[in-house]
Ligand binder design. Structure first.
Ligand code: PAF
Length: 281
């Protein structure tokens, strides 16, 4: 497995793969790899000749009060997991390699980034789309893999690729969950054992919403209220948002029909977790 640290050595690696007509699958990550990332890597492994994983804790997608400095890192373990999973190369640039000196160009998707996580994390998606664009330009993948736990991120990136005619297929991969339903996330690492037990409330609340809809409930407020109530039963939790929305526009719906996305962000102590489920009506 190649360890690529600079843009220029990565371009050389990419050129050699293209010369051999090998298709490239890219799995963009911020490291601290877990089962969710491994599921992206396995899917990429099945669908491409060459798999590149990028590991870069992208500073531009963190707000000033957010967890950039304490974001968990374990490069040694990440490399081991990637080797075991048959990854061909890891692109692991420094912040200076990605953002050297004056940086004045941003990629911003409108509307889709103003709701849900975008409403409470201003600038977050601008940082994501900008760095993903840079990764696409450096690695020129045929396909790129994103987890559906970050449903909004996948929708935003698909929109960007469509709007800017970027020649990459975006593959969205289902959320991987722990045995008790908690979606895998690097941020689960922050939770104390007591908070970890409480964190199961996110998926439980989504299941309550889903079950109500499947049982015939069509009133958005009733579904939302039941979800809120479940979360408020837990001490030291605070709801950032609970939304019932259209999965393609991310706009809240006032009628439950066709397909709806139940999405939420909840603070468990000092850790903000997100999760979602798609419900067929
Ligand atoms: O989902 C993530 O880990 C990040 O937002 C991404 C896509 C790697 C961009 O930094």
């Amino acid at each position: 497995m190649e360890l690529l640290k600079t843009v220029s050595e990565t371009r050389q690696f990419v050129a050699s793969q293209k010369e051999e007509k090998r298709s490239i699958g890219l799995v963009p990550t911020m490291g601290y790899l877990h089962q969710g990332h491994l599921s992206l890597i396995h899917t990429a492994r099945e669908q491409n000749d060459t798999v590149v994983v990028s590991i870069f804790v992208n500073p531009t997608q963190f707000g000033p009060q957010e967890d950039l400095d304490r974001y968990p890192r374990d490069l040694e373990k990440d490399c081991r997991l990637c080797t075991q999973a048959g990854v061909d190369a890891i692109f692991m640039p420094t912040a200076n390699e990605m953002y050297p000196g004056r940086f004045l160009t941003w990629v911003q998707v409108q509307e889709l980034t103003e709701v849900l996580c975008g409403a409470s994390r201003p600038g977050h998606f601008r940082g994501v789309t900008t760095v993903v664009n840079k990764l696409f330009n450096i690695i020129q993948p045929d396909r790129a893999y994103f987890g559906l736990k970050d449903f909004q991120q996948a929708v935003v990136i698909k929109q960007m690729v469509q709007d800017l005619n970027i020649p990459v297929e975006i593959v969205a991969v289902p959320t991987v969950r722990e045995a008790d339903g908690l979606a895998t996330s690097s941020r689960n690492e922050y939770l104390t054992p007591q908070e970890r037990a409480r964190a199961t409330v996110l998926y439980r609340s989504l299941q309550i919403g889903r079950q109500l809809i499947e049982a015939g409930e069509r009133n958005v407020h009733s579904v939302r209220e039941a979800m809120v109530k479940e979360i408020e039963r837990q001490p030291n939790t605070r709801i950032d948002y609970i939304a019932i929305c259209d999965p393609s526009t991310l706009v809240p719906v006032d009628q439950i029909k066709n397909q709806v996305l139940l999405a939420l962000a909840v603070w468990i102590g000092n850790t903000r977790l997100i999760d979602n489920v798609l419900v067929e009506v």
